[in-house]
Design a protein around this ligand. Structure first.
Ligand code: BV8
Ligand code: ZN
Length: 262
């Protein structure tokens, strides 16, 4: 389906727009679902930007950079420990379920900027193999040693009451850090390559709940579009993705994704 074919669709799709988008998705051999924080908003996990966003209350430079961790690891661990707790008490929602159910039928890859693991949990519940989800920015539930680089799965409660209580490497005793990609750090080249390959191979890319401002992830839908394939957006607000896209569904992920993928 070429871009010209989509241009007939209104910016705010009506029932016809939904029918058209569903046609595209159903005809696709390879669907890419590209998600951001809005995907988990209805599960009670705050987004970063916009009303109620974390970056309104906290500064990214103080919490999500290697410099911040070097300066005050206790503060950074307090923030990630709080977020780990928030996610532990949350559950994947209807939007995650719709994606996982379609992935179980095959032909769907998720590329997510989220570190909450909710796509993975939802997929696991349905027996979908983990490689269907590419988590570009890491995980709240993994640690990495600042010295030997050892990576471990870790769901425990973080004690950030003092620097001496912070998690330590079981191999070498050095300080552990969250295994998350911070601003100014390189993304895993293998994951990035897989994500961009999916974008090139996708017949349709569904962009859900991202302000599309953080690079290089934000370029993923552009790659699908550059190949002449359709990009569908689900977001209550307009973004740089929708300004070029006619198939933009204004509203929450839980409202639109199940209708699009059922
Ligand atoms: C790197 C970890 C190089 C933190 C995160 C090109 C141009 C300009 C700048 C750059 C560039 N290339 C690189 C940069 C610098 C920087 C960058 O992009 N800066 C931007 C902000 C200007 N990028 C980097 O630093 C990257 N690294 O480039 O390294 C390099 C190379 C070699 C060697 C060394 C270095 C690393 C970026 C990774 C940053 N890490 N995550 C953490 O999670 O604790 S970023 C942070 O933003 C989040 O974690 C998230 O992953 C990411 C994206 O945010 P969104 O998911 O989009 O969330 P946001 O809140 O913005 O939007 C939510 C949306 O949901 C809204 O649109 C809202 O309307 C919508 N919504 C709300 N409710 C709902 C909803 N949608 C649907 N349903 C709802 N119910
Ligand atoms: Zn170590």
């Amino acid at each position: 389906m070429s871009q010209e074919n989509l241009d007939a669709t209104a910016d705010q799709p009506d029932d016809h727009g939904l029918a058209r988008a569903r046609e595209l998705v159903n005809a696709a051999a390879h669907v890419l679902v590209f998600t951001g924080a809005g995907m988990s908003a209805e599960c009670g996990i705050p987004t970063f930007r916009g009303a109620g966003g974390l970056w309104n209350r906290f500064r990214a430079e103080d919490l999500a950079t290697p410099t911040a961790f070097a300066r005050d690891p206790r503060l950074v661990w307090e923030w990630y420990g709080w977020r780990r707790g928030l996610v532990t008490s949350s559950r994947p929602g209807r939007a995650h379920a719709a994606v996982a159910e379609r992935a179980a039928r095959g032909g769907l890859t998720v590329v997510t900027q989220n570190v909450d693991g909710l796509h993975e949990r939802s997929a696991r519940d349905r027996g979908v193999p983990p490689h269907h989800t590419i988590a570009l920015h890491g995980s709240l539930f993994r640690t990495r040693c600042t010295d030997c680089g050892n990576v471990e799965w870790d769901e425990s409660t973080v004690d950030s009451s003092g620097e001496e209580t912070l998690p330590r490497c079981e191999l070498c005793g050095s300080l552990l850090r969250p295994d998350i990609v911070w601003f100014g750090e390189a993304l895993d080249p293998e994951l990035l390559e897989r994500a961009f390959r999916s974008a090139r191979e996708a017949d349709v890319c569904i962009v859900v709940g991202t302000s599309a401002r953080v690079e290089p992830a934000a370029s993923i839908p552009r790659v699908t579009r550059a190949g002449g394939r359709a990009v569908i957006e689900i977001n209550p607000e307009s973004t740089s993705v929708s300004s070029r896209e006619r198939l933009a569904f204004r509203g929450g992920a839980e409202d639109w994704l199940p209708r699009l993928l059922e």
